[in-house]
Design a protein around this ligand. Structure first.
Ligand SMILES: [Zn+2]
Length: 95
């Protein structure tokens, strides 16, 4: 895998995933969202799907954590902490 991959999330398409109920692959279809609950769920990247095979209905996240998400988070935290440290030192010297 690419060692310079610092993404925390990646796109995920439940259309190609297996149905959690019947285990059939490629049977999930996007459901049209309507109503307040669906719209709130959409903000959190939860989308409604239904299975053409077993009629199962449910919500799936359309993003997933990458394999190296923890490393990416640590990298960003260190970068942010370093930036704060530099700015703090700089300000202390001149104020
Ligand atoms: Zn199914």
């Amino acid at each position: 895998m690419n060692n310079l991959d610092f993404r925390i999330f990646k796109r995920y398409k439940p259309e190609y995933a297996k149905c959690v109920n019947c285990g059939a692959a490629g049977t999930l279809k996007k459901y049209r969202s309507r109503g307040l609950v669906d719209n709130i769920a959409k903000i959190f990247l939860l989308k409604k799907f239904f299975c053409k095979n077993c009629q199962w209905k449910g919500r799936y996240f359309t993003v997933k954590l990458t394999k190296h998400w923890l490393r990416a988070v640590l990298f960003y935290l260190i970068a942010i902490a370093g930036t704060i440290f530099i700015i703090y030192n700089y300000l202390e010297r001149f104020l």
